[in-house]
Design a protein around this ligand. Structure first.
Ligand SMILES: [Zn+2]
Length: 67
């Protein structure tokens, strides 16, 4: 499953969630305030911790680590 980056429009906090492909903002709520007024920022690459099919981009110097 890919990790998606969202930002809450209510408390302005960014967060990332592990979701199935096709999940929309409506299906996502802010883990901090519980609001569903969230905005999808971009899709990040899933780390090896997320599953066995991690994709490591060769052009990127940093795939996992932030957190
Ligand atoms: Zn929030």
């Amino acid at each position: 499953m890919p990790i998606y980056e969202y930002k809450c429009s209510k408390c302005k906090r960014p967060f990332s969630v592990l979701q199935k492909t096709g999940t929309t903002e409506k299906d996502t709520v802010c883990p901090d305030c519980g609001s569903n007024a969230v905005k999808k920022l971009l899709s990040a690459f899933s780390c090896s911790a997320a599953g066995g099919d991690a994709f490591i981009p060769s052009a990127s110097g940093r795939a996992c680590g932030g957190g």
